[in-house]
Design a protein around this ligand. Structure first.
Ligand SMILES: Cc1cc2nc3c(=O)[nH]c(=O)nc-3n(C[C@H](O)[C@H](O)[C@H](O)COP(=O)(O)OP(=O)(O)OC[C@H]3O[C@@H](n4cnc5c(N)ncnc54)[C@H](O)[C@@H]3O)c2cc1C
Length: 538
């Protein structure tokens, strides 16, 4: 017999299968030996009680029943080397990779063109960035095999469950090597150390089934005839032709946004969010969330999610990384961007999170006009109608952060309470950011509306989480690549660009996803639509 049960366990108990079997037996009035095994279906942490943190587990128990391995819904790929239909995918991030796998499943040949390098070669460029302060504009935390997803934190939760089948995406990750626990944990996480192998396995499958996967092929032009896209050309001088083109270049491909704008292909300014990354000692966050001095055995480093409105403007935490590292995520020299990641064990002594403020087009126009380095024009009207204005704003703040940091990706920083009191910190705490921090006034980096909204937000968050508002935390600038500052429009039904037939804007860069899972789901959705439109063997 297989029976579904729910248990409430102490953290150490949840780690011990023998204890779990004993609880199952007790609950059913059976001998422990009759419980052959179990599959966890859901697992979450309940830290609401100040006296005891509980782990809630829902599972299927096998009682006097042969134990069967968990059924991973593997996706069946088919040989596509000689398929009649071909699709160019620009960008090998989660959107591009999952689109490719879906196309192969449906019998269509993907041709992936990626500007960056494979995961291995990419690692060397990340080392140069962290240790020497040198960024390769084609190979960094955002560009290269697996896109921004490869050296990301690998948190796999998303609120966009209406956009596709989250379980299918998680199962695919397991099919390519992720641990099964991502299928039942409330907040699944892979970790930066494990993602590269998974991405490599995906590439090997894509090539193995006849797809094409080309690195260091930066797309620099679209081949369009009579408003129908026929193919693309790359910087290396090659042309590629196909039945459709998926544009999945991510939120950092500014040259793609500029190319679309230059070619009069419709794009729109898209509000996004910008701010800082905040880092606390992990122990402070654990003691707040778990109501204890030390979290002890069985509990993972704790996380948080915070949101507040200041005068109608949102300030919120973003991409929280318990046990994590702050990373230099810039794609260009002389621009400073930070983001966060953590290894699968989340065993670094720091907890970092983006803390960002929503930015509208009007904010960007105002800031750029008040800025002494306007990037393109001082004409308010031009800025208001230019779809790249929010991107220019983002770029201007990143450049300012680089300058104030002092170069080589040393980041401007301030202790949290000092930041809120507008006092330059006398010294900075130990931290995880490898290129180093420089104690400055954040008011010299961030526009006043962001600075003051963050200050107000931190004070409110300190009331929500006692101990959060502390000078042991450090504020680091700038967290600016939260989502795309540009949207590439597409028809809600056909998913094609409204002006250019067979062009499919996709993923985070086009404005249809935010994070790994939603980008992957969007890639699948677009691929399935293309299969419907172009057919398979016709
Ligand atoms: C450090 C870090 C940590 C993160 N942590 C998380 C997390 O824990 N959870 C989460 O859900 N999300 C996280 N993210 C965000 C996540 O990685 C992105 O949301 C996701 O990767 C977006 O997928 P995408 O495929 O749409 O675009 P991307 O991943 O950005 O991929 C776009 C790809 O297109 C390529 N490209 C760009 N221009 C061209 C061109 N002209 N020609 C050819 N190729 C081109 C790029 O090189 C890149 O490989 C993190 C990001 C970073 C940087």
């Amino acid at each position: 017999m297989i029976k579904q049960l729910s248990l409430k366990l102490k953290p150490a108990e949840a780690l011990d299968d023998a204890i779990i079997k004993d609880y199952i037996a007790q609950l059913l009035g059976k001998q422990s030996a009759t419980i052959i095994g179990f599959h966890k279906l859901k697992q979450s942490i309940d830290a609401r009680s100040k006296r005891q943190v509980w782990i809630n587990v829902t599972l299927n128990a096998f009682i006097d029943e042969p134990f069967a391995q968990r059924n991973i819904n593997t996706v069946l790929l088919q040989e596509v080397a000689n398929a009649n239909k071909k699709v160019i995918i620009i960008g090998a991030g989660p959107a591009g990779l999952f689109a490719a796998l879906k196309l192969i499943e449906l019998g269509i040949k993907p041709i992936i063109l990626e500007r960056g390098k494979d995961v291995r070669a990419r690692r060397r460029d990340l080392a140069a960035l962290n240790k020497e302060g040198i960024v390769n504009p084609e190979s960094n935390y955002c560009f290269g095999e697996g896109g921004a997803g490869t050296y990301s934190d690998g948190k796999l939760y998303t609120r966009s469950n209406k956009r596709g089948n989250i379980n299918r995406i998680l199962n695919l990750f397991v099919q390519f090597g992720a641990e099964e626990k991502i299928l039942y944990e409330a907040h699944p996480h892979i970790g930066t150390n494990k993602l590269p192998q998974i991405i490599t396995a995906m590439r090997e499958a894509i090539i193995g089934f006849g797809g094409q996967f080309l690195f260091e092929q930066k797309v620099t032009n679209f081949i369009v005839k009579n408003n129908v896209i026929k193919g693309v050309t790359t910087q290396a001088g090659f042309s590629f032709y196909a039945n459709a083109v998926i544009l999945a270049t991510g939120h950092s491909a500014r040259d793609i946004f500029e190319l679309l704008y230059a070619k009069n292909i419709l794009i729109e300014a898209k509000p996004f969010a910008l701010g800082v990354r905040i880092e606390h000692p992990q122990q402070i966050i654990d003691s707040i969330q778990y109501h204890c001095v030390s979290r002890g055995n069985g509990l993972p480093p704790s996380s948080y999610s915070l949101v507040h409105q200041v005068n109608g403007r949102g300030v919120f935490s973003f991409c929280m990384c318990p046990g994590g590292i702050i990373a230099p995520a810039a794609t260009n020299p002389n621009e400073l961007v930070v983001n966060g990641w953590s290894p699968s064990k989340r065993n670094n002594p720091y907890a970092n999170s983006g803390m960002v403020v929503s930015v509208e087009l009007a904010d960007a126009v105002k800031t750029l006009l008040n800025n002494d380095r306007p990037p393109m024009t001082d004409d308010r009207q031009l800025l208001t109608v230019n779809p790249l204005t929010l991107m220019y704003f983002q770029q201007a703040i990143e450049a300012q952060a680089y300058t104030i940091g002092g170069g080589k990706f040393v980041a401007p920083a301030q202790r949290m309470v000092d930041f809120c009191n507008n006092t330059v910190s006398a010294c900075l705490p130990d931290n995880s950011y490898l290129p180093g921090l420089n104690s400055v006034s954040m008011a010299d980096v961030l526009p006043p509306f962001i600075n003051t909204t963050l200050q107000e937000g931190f004070k409110v968050f300190g009331k929500k989480m006692k101990g959060y508002y502390t000078n042991e935390a450090v504020v680091v600038a700038t967290e600016s690549r939260t989502s795309s500052p540009v949207r590439i429009p597409r028809d809600a039904i056909s998913l094609q660009h409204p002006q250019i037939a067979n062009l499919y804007p996709c993923g985070e860069g086009a404005g249809y996803a935010g994070g790994i899972v939603s980008a992957a789901m969007d890639g699948e959705r677009v691929a399935a639509m293309i299969a419907e439109v172009v057919g398979v063997n016709t």
